[in-house]
Design a protein. Structure first.
Length: 212
């Protein structure tokens, strides 16, 4: 692992993802999660009532300020224009979004690029340009309408066996009790929406993940 892969792998340890659809009070939820040990944050603004335009940008800037104050990378899902405009730390894309090569050209070599992958072919294509891959859904999820088939840690294990140094984060329906297996099977960390954002006590939920 080179130093930058090492840093990314470490920061993937507890990757919180959230949009306004996932939390009643987004800023409060994210600040609490940051206080309690989240190591990376992704703004993923989706759904019927999603913010767009100036409101989305204002929310992104507020979240970015929060993340900076906790020294946590601030990643934007899909929206490369917004990421460029506000100088986010990186972009995360899925297979249905812009091509990884194009996104890399736009954001330059120093920003993080994460790509969601579901097959070894997608991994091979992604790693030409990506800094890390997201693999899932590990478990059933209610947080993504067009989620692919649940795959446990099968692909995580395969990818780790082939690419020893690639930063990997597992995603999808992850609860604290799943974390040790996901890490043992080769992921550097876990990406979580609902187990933190929908928890009755966001601080306690985050701490449960963070102490693992
Ligand atoms: N990609 C695969 S599963 C998923 C995404 C964005 C949703 C994860 O959310 P949750 O609530 O942690 O299952
Ligand atoms: Mg996407």
């Amino acid at each position: 692992m080179n130093p930058s892969q090492r840093t990314i792998a470490e920061q993937l340890r507890l990757y919180f993802i959230c949009g306004t659809a996932n939390a009643e009070d987004m800023l409060q939820t994210v600040e609490t999660a940051l206080q309690c040990g989240v190591t990376c944050f992704q703004f993923r603004e989706k759904g019927k009532h999603a913010l767009y335009g100036d409101k989305k940008e204002a929310m992104a800037r507020a979240l970015q300020t929060l993340c900076r104050s906790y020294d946590v990378p601030f990643i934007i899902n899909d929206d490369v224009d917004l990421a460029e405009r506000i100088d986010a730390d990186g972009v995360h894309i899925g297979q249905d979004d812009a091509e990884a090569a194009r996104v890399r050209e736009r954001i330059g070599p120093d920003k993080w690029l994460g790509v969601s992958v579901h097959t070894l072919e997608e991994v091979a294509a992604a790693i030409e340009h990506a800094d890390y891959v997201g693999i899932g859904p590990v478990h059933p999820t209610n947080s993504k309408e067009d989620a692919r088939a649940v795959n446990g840690t099968v692909l995580i294990r395969q990818v780790r066996a082939l690419y020893r140094e690639l930063p990997i984060v597992g995603i999808g329906g992850i609860l604290p009790e799943h974390v040790s297996m996901i890490r043992n099977d080769g992921a550097d960390g876990v990406a979580v929406i609902s187990a933190i954002a929908s928890a009755p006590d966001v601080a306690m939920a985050t701490r449960r993940f963070a102490c693992l």
